[in-house]
Ligand binder design. Structure first.
Ligand code: FNR
Length: 359
């Protein structure tokens, strides 16, 4: 473990550890995978405007999300089927979240049950949901999450249908959990050809979902509701109007609509529309502490990490996830110090320069 110095190195370790079908599932994006590259590259085009001669002996990375304290603005994004990466699945990820004092968003496609995840650790957990054609299935799981002490619901809105992930189609991606699901949801889907995940989504997800359904969600839960997967000021305003408690700017890790913009390039548009009324989080392509800083400078309250967490889990289980989060935290801490920002509140728009801005 000591030899691993950045999160990207976990990608290679995960590739060695996993069967090709599962690595491709975790790693891949939609179609040309243009957005997949852009999510990472767009961060690289943002440069710093560091300030000097600030007392940075003490750096405080801590912050609060929906009132819940976390050690740094780095949370765990919901990603599907952790048992494909490691036998302990989501419980290992949750234990790492607890050890790192951060929030885990558990995927609706979890391979451990809500109750297993809840009893494995005392991390603050949010539940990500998809709305099924059979709405009572979703409603029941939301109720179970409330009972198990989950603190918020994250409604993912960018999957009316599954994006075309060509590796999964070629590999005929199918997980044992889709055939014989032990996690949150059960299904009878047993596709024979193409991507099993796509067939599952097509038969199960409610593609009619619209803004008025936020009311339905409100009617079945008292938990705060975040909407994950929007990329425009228009939808940000709709989300505020709908009364949600937070937004996650996300293109689903470039797995849905290829040629969606890199998330970091549309963050400010959303932040300006929201005008501080609700928190704005971001995910997609965060691979360095410098990326975390850039997202905060452009107005995000925190970032979510997707693939690097799964790579850490595949390579080294719970310890691998911990190491991924710790590395990002260390890099973020150094970035704060070298930018002259001892606290999160010190990070401002003036600390970064986007590619459109002249010096
Ligand atoms: C995801 N993502 C996702 N999102 C969601 O709302 N529910 C889910 O079940 C999943 N599953 C999933 C599986 C895998 C393998 C990946 C890579 C992603 C999207 C995820 O929450 C997040 O938006 C992206 O992963 C963020 O991008 P990075 O960090 O992977 O670049």
């Amino acid at each position: 473990m000591d030899q691993i110095v950045n999160v990207d190195e976990f990608q290679e370790l995960a590739k060695q550890a996993l069967p090709k079908m599962y690595f491709d599932f975790y790693n891949g994006g939609a179609e040309d995978q243009h957005t997949l590259k852009e999510n990472v590259e767009a961060f690289r085009r943002i440069m710093f405007r560091p300030r000097v001669l600030v007392d940075v002996r003490k750096i405080d990375m801590s912050t609060k999300i929906l009132g819940f304290p976390i050690s740094a603005p780095i949370m765990i994004a919901p990603t599907a089927m952790h048992k494909l990466a490691h036998p302990e699945g989501e419980t290992a990820t949750a234990k790492a979240a607890a050890a790192c004092n951060t929030i885990m968003i558990v995927s609706f496609m979890s391979t451990c049950t809500i109750e297993e995840v809840a009893s494995s650790c005392n991390a603050v957990r949010f539940l990500q949901i998809y709305v099924y054609k059979k709405r009572d299935v979703t409603a029941q799981i939301v109720r179970r999450a409330e009972k198990a002490g989950f603190k918020a619901i994250v409604l993912t809105v960018d999957v009316p249908k599954l994006g075309r992930r060509e590796a999964d189609i070629k590999n005929k991606m199918i997980s044992p959990q889709l055939k014989n699901f032990e996690g949150l949801v059960s299904t009878e889907v047993r596709p024979n050809e193409g991507s099993g995940v796509e067939a599952f989504a097509a038969s199960t997800f409610d593609a009619s979902l619209s803004w008025k359904d936020i009311e339905w969600l409100r009617s079945i839960t008292k938990l705060p509701i975040l909407v994950k997967g929007l990329l425009t000021r228009e939808d940000a305003l709709k989300a505020v109007e709908a009364g949600v408690d937070g937004i996650v700017v996300s293109n689903h890790g470039a797995r849905q609509l290829d040629y969606s913009p890199a998330t970091i390039t549309v963050l400010e548009e959303v932040v300006h529309a929201v005008r501080g009324r609700i928190p704005v989080l971001l995910d997609g392509g965060v691979r360095r502490g410098t990326d975390v800083f850039k997202a905060l400078a452009l107005g995000a309250q925190a970032v979510l990490i997707g693939r690097p967490i799964v790579y850490g889990l595949a390579a080294k289980g719970e310890d691998g996830v911990k190491k991924v989060i710790e590395m990002l935290k260390n890099e973020f801490e150094i970035t704060m110090a070298l930018s002259g920002c001892p606290t999160i509140d010190d990070i401002t728009r003036n600390h970064v320069r986007t590619e459109n801005e002249r010096l």
